[in-house]
Structure formats: structure tokens, C-alpha cells
Design a protein around this ligand. Sequence first.
Ligand code: NOJ
Length: 559
Amino acid sequence: MEQRPTSSRPFAAGAEWWRQAVVYQIYPRSFADSDGDGLGDLRGILSRVPYLASLGIDAVWLSPFYPSALVDGGYDVDDYRDVNPQLGTLADFDELTAGLHANGMKVIVDIVPNHTSNRHAWFREALAAPKGSPARDRYVFRDGLGPDGAQPPSDWPSLFGGPAWTRVPDGQWYLHLFAAEQPDLNWANREVRDDFLTTLRFWSDRGVDGFRVDVAHGLAKNLAEPLEPLPATPDPGGSPLPPGTHPFWDRDEVHGIYAEWRQVFDQYDPPRIGVAEAWVHPSRRPRYASPSGLGQAFNFDLLEANWTCGELLRVITDNLADAQRHGTSTTWVLSNHDVVRHATRYGLPAGDHVSSTETAKAWLHSGGAAPGLDRRLGIRRARAATLLMLALPGSAYLYQGEELGLHEVADIPAELREDPAFRRSGGAETGRDGCRVPLPWTVGGPSFGFSAGPAHLPQPAWFGPLSVEAAERDPASTLALYRQALGWRRKLQGPESLEWMPGTNGQVLHFGRPGGWRSVTNFGPGAVPLPHGNVVLASSPLHEGLLPANTTAWIIPGS
Ligand code: NOJ
């Protein structure tokens, strides 16, 4: 049954390489450590280029590796045009880029335009400068409310808990939609805009192929005085806010910024690409993904969906229709560095009218105690979900460690937690450390081969049997499944279309791709017959020729 692909051919070349690319996200601090300090680094990644090549991915996305105090895992950037000395040097970056390119992989870097860190030269200058100065205008400084200005200038909250304003010694307040160490930039300021164009050119000139744009929907803000109060969250059944009217999320003016970025992207051959992290209503996503804007936007609908046939059918249908209407390709994501890993989400009972990520957050908050996690079911469904995702038209984003079948780590002691969301919310949010625990490369040894010493976040004992070393010895491992799936995808990939096939019902998703490639997923409790053809890959073994529950199979024409 498990035929291996016999040849590979590039299916994504030239300017459109990204449309159906498989992009593997590396969280540099937690991938591989070359110098034994417990923190992953660029030379660690370089040492694993053969592993990355063996996966069969098209591109690597590097989460931030810039100079940073790592208050928010590097999303607090001190200098956009350098490398954190703890993680390496610009020369290491160049070597890594060359190594990835030489092995046929593109390089996408993370760009964090909504906020700098509080250690950035501009912010230091702003603190030292007087009220109303040009240095302060690069950020959002305001006087406070109340007779002595002791109240924050508005009721805007930080996403990590507490108010979005922090007071400075001269009495003014500055805005930070995230941690206090992440002051928001003022994108109405021309110097800010120009400096980011310089940064885009800096990395593009070094050979970077594209940019993942952090909080892409947050840059444009309505800063007119008096600052608008936060709109009331609409009732679930009530009418949503009119589009583009929130004081800081998803305002129409943001697209003027990306139109300028596009001009820079298009000065390169092939044009550099952008992918927006924009948590917006699906109807608003196409503008970020437009060819005159960033070109692509993350679609997180799959990641939020519960493991039910109906939800996935709706998500797939809607997103493909949207992408087609707007001339882009859609992106599929099951896991990333901000959410509970999908092996764990799918091992938890689905809540009514609650996304899989919300259910998982509640589980995390209980320290992994409730609701009960069925680990085997979770990984079985995660494998089925991955095969389903990889058969869809469009690009797919994988997150480091999902190819090992890693579950979320729930039991990190409070004193070792690193996520500012945990600290700022006073523990009300457990945070995202559980999916950022350093990868296990070997069955044993200090930090399971991640580093010569202990890892910066504690790894559980169950990481050893899930290590790369263990997986490479097991032909049924999740790693083997990912490699085979990516090999077959490369061989079978064709035009970006999908046809729903007979047999799709409340329990089964069955679709065909050009050339006769079909994918069937069984969500129901019992085994179901498979359509005619050769099964080239299945996420779990077939049972007497039938497709068992929580399993996906790929089929190609044949006798
Ligand atoms: C989104 C990133 O994915 C997340 O990790 C980070 O904390 C926030 N943006 C703030 O930069």
C-alpha cells in the first residue's frame, strides 16, 4: 500500500513559487542549539539543514532572530537589521540562507512592524526627549486623563493583559498593544515608514525570499483626539462592527502601507513575498492577500475548527472560494508558535460553539488535567488532519515538532514560564510556552540532543520516544508519514482546484485534485469503504481494505 514516490519535479517555480508551497516554521530559540547555552541559534539550524531538506519542504520561515531581550520570544525587536548575538551573527545568517538555498529551500523571515522593543534606539531616544518631540512622534505618546493625568489616555487593553498604556517618568503614557516592553510605532510617521522599507531591502538584498508580517492588521490606528473608546464586543447574534471602524484593528488605511511594501517586493526577481498575520474577519482577509498588497494572508480557520466533518467542509469550501475570487492562493495552518499543538487539540472533546484553540486553552489552564486528553486519539486525528491539509490546493504552513507528533507540554512550572501573557495576566492566561519547548533530536542525553546542556524550557520525559532519532527508526512514525506525504504531494501536485466527490457526507470528506489524486477522510465512528484506485498513503493502517475512523487516505488512479 505504501508506495514511495519515485521522482520529484518542481511544481512551484518563478514568481509564483509560494502559491502551493509548504513552509516549515522554525522558532529559532527552540529548534537546535550549537553552543550549549540552552538557547537555540542560527548555527544550530544550519547543522540541521540536511534534516530540513529530508522533509521535502519548499521554504523555511524563521521566527525573529533579531537582537532582543526575548521578553516576547524575540517579537520585541531592538534592531531590525542585525542578529541577536545569543543566536549568532549576520555572517551565520548568510551561511544559513546559502545552505537552505543550496538545498532548494526558500527563506522567509518574520518582520515585526507594529512595535519595537523598549530597548530599540528610537524608544530610548523617545524617553530622553521632551513631550511633543519628533522622537516621541515615532511612537504613540499621550497625556493621561484625570486632573493629574494619572489615568491611561484610553480604555484600550493590552492583548497580554492589563492596560495598553504605561506611564513614563515625565507623566506621559505610551501605547503598547502587547507587553510594556513592546511600544507601538506610529505608522502615520513618514520616518517609521521609510525605515521599514530600508529593512525590507536590507533582508531582500541578503537573499531573503519573503516576509511573514506580524500583527499585520494592527499598524494603522485612529489616533485622533480624544481617543475613541474601545467598541463594545458585539453579541454573538448581533451585527458586527462596520468594517474598518475599530480604533486599531484592521483599519482601511493599513493597506496604504502594504502598497508601498509591494513596490519594494516587486523590485526583486523573483518578487519578494509577504504573508500577513491578520486576525480579521474572513471577508476582510483578501485585501491583505491582494497582489497589490502583501500577496498572501494566513487563514487560521482550519486551526480554529473542531475535528468535525461539517466544520472542515465549511472552512475548506469558503476559503477556496475566497482565494479564487481574489486571485490569491489560500494558506492552511494547523499549528504555530501561538496555539496549543493540534495533536493535543484533537485529543480533547470538542466544545459546543467553541473553537478547538479555546477548548485547549482551558485544558492548559488546568495544567493539563481537564477535560481529559486522549493522547492516542489526538495524534491519530492530527495525522489524518495533516494528510487532509496537504492534499488541499494552496500553501501549507507546518510548525516545528508537529512532524514528530509532539503534544503540547502542559506542566511547565510557573517560575520557568517565559510567555509575557502568563506574567501580565497574573496567570489567568497560561501562555504559549507549551508549544515552544525545545525539540527532541535524540532519545536521551542532555535536553534530548537539543543542546549540550539543559534547554531554556524544561522538556518532559515523553519527548525521548518522540525524538527524531526514535522516529527515524520507526517506519510508522509521524516523521515518516510527513516525509512520504510531502514526497507524494510534490509528485501529485497540479493546478489549484478541488472537486468534491460522491461519498462526501456528514462523516466523510472525499475530494479530487487534477490528475486523479484523491483524498478521503473518515470522521465517523466506523470504517468505510474506499473509492476505487491505489492507496498510496494512509494516516493510520487500513482495516481489511476499509478506511477506519479518524483516518485519511490518498488514492491515485490504478487497477
Ligand atoms: C504575533 C506573534 O505570532 C506572537 O507570538 C507575538 O506575541 C505577537 N504577535 C506580538 O508580536
